[in-house]
Design a protein around this ligand. Structure first.
Ligand SMILES: NC(=O)c1ccc[n+]([C@@H]2O[C@H](COP(=O)([O-])OP(=O)(O)OC[C@H]3O[C@@H](n4cnc5c(N)ncnc54)[C@H](OP(=O)(O)O)[C@@H]3O)[C@@H](O)[C@H]2O)c1
Length: 288
């Protein structure tokens, strides 16, 4: 009898893929999310009770009986670290033994990308728990690159000439399954990246090739970046996350390339060009 693996974020792109793959291999998977109505229908997987990370009691109930918890990070918010801490405490209280957390590349307390700091604080909290743990530090998602281009076909941001080793959701999910079903991953931290790191100008060139429309990259100063994003009326912490995501590319913090995807997933990581060829919906908004 396989032991229960509880998969959070199962209504989302990473968690959904992981749950699907585990269920296809006959694992006993419990799908978790804040709203069971949003969870996918996966043959062989069971649906757990609704649980937001910040609701300790609901999370404890949702995790009870599970030996392993796959923890996808919460949507960004001011209180995200606190939510993660509550979820970790609930997992411990429920008797979970092992936690696999989806963190972020080069997570650090002073990471340029402000949202990456949340991941470092969450990792620290998990390290201090009595759980067996593995951290999967993924790079930016490959599908976020086409979305950087506006309706005018221009990627604008303070990314300078820096490089980003963006990675596909499918590769993260395959790697996560390798860890969840494998041995010897306790206390390990894996950087999950694409096969190379590209500049935003190179990303624009790939988009030009595939769309047949000129897509360009214009580097902004920090002041220009804050000004161009002020029109959205978002809160300052959120705008800082958007702007610093580009600044992390400029700083070199997103240029790390690792061989963890091939090692854990058992196949090469997808390049941006390959991703675009296989996922035409990712750039459909750029085609007039
Ligand atoms: N590496 C990157 O480029 C990048 C980019 C964007 C975000 N991220 C981070 O990576 C995470 C996973 O990415 P993804 O593509 O799978 O995102 P996604 O498709 O938006 O899915 C996020 C999942 O997390 C769940 N969730 C969010 N906040 C929660 C909370 N407070 N409590 C419980 N469940 C919560 C959502 O469930 P519900 O059905 O309850 O909403 C959803 O299933 C994101 O949540 C974000 O933290 C990374």
């Amino acid at each position: 009898m396989p032991s229960v693996i509880a998969v959070t974020g199962a209504s989302g792109r990473i968690g959904g893929r992981v749950a699907e793959r585990l269920a296809a291999q006959g694992e006993d998977v419990r799908l978790l999310g804040r709203n069971p109505a949003r969870l996918p229908k996966i043959a062989g997987a069971r649906v757990g009770p609704a649980a937001a990370y910040g609701d300790g009691e609901a999370m404890r109930t949702a995790c009870t009986g599970a030996k392993t918890l796959f923890l996808v990070s919460a949507h960004e918010s001011r209180g995200r670290v606190r939510e993660h801490m509550t979820a970790v405490d609930a997992a411990v209280a429920a008797g979970v033994e092992r936690l696999v957390y989806v963190s972020f590349l080069n997570a650090a307390p002073d990471a340029t990308f402000t949202f990456a700091r949340d991941h470092w604080h969450t990792e620290e909290y998990i390290r201090a728990s009595n759980l067996r743990y593995t951290f999967l530090r993924d790079s930016f998602y490959l599908d976020s690159l086409p979305r950087m281009a506006g309706a005018d076909g221009v990627i604008r941001g303070p990314g300078g000439a820096g490089r980003v080793s963006a990675v596909a959701h499918d590769d993260i999910a395959d790697s996560a399954v390798g860890v969840l079903l494998g041995e010897g991953h306790d206390s390990a931290t894996y950087d999950l990246t694409g096969p190379s790191a590209i500049t935003l100008a190179e990303a624009a060139d790939e988009l030009t090739l595939i769309t047949g429309r000129t897509i360009s990259y214009v580097t902004e100063s920090e002041d220009e970046a804050y000004a161009s994003r002020s029109v959205y009326g978002a809160e300052s912490w959120e705008v800082a996350g958007w702007v610093t995501s580009y600044e992390a590319i400029a700083s070199g913090e997103m240029a790390t390339v690792s061989d963890s995807v091939p090692k854990l997933a058992g196949h090469p990581a997808q390049s941006f060009a390959q991703f675009l060829r296989e996922n035409p919906e990712s750039y459909a908004h750029l085609i007039p």
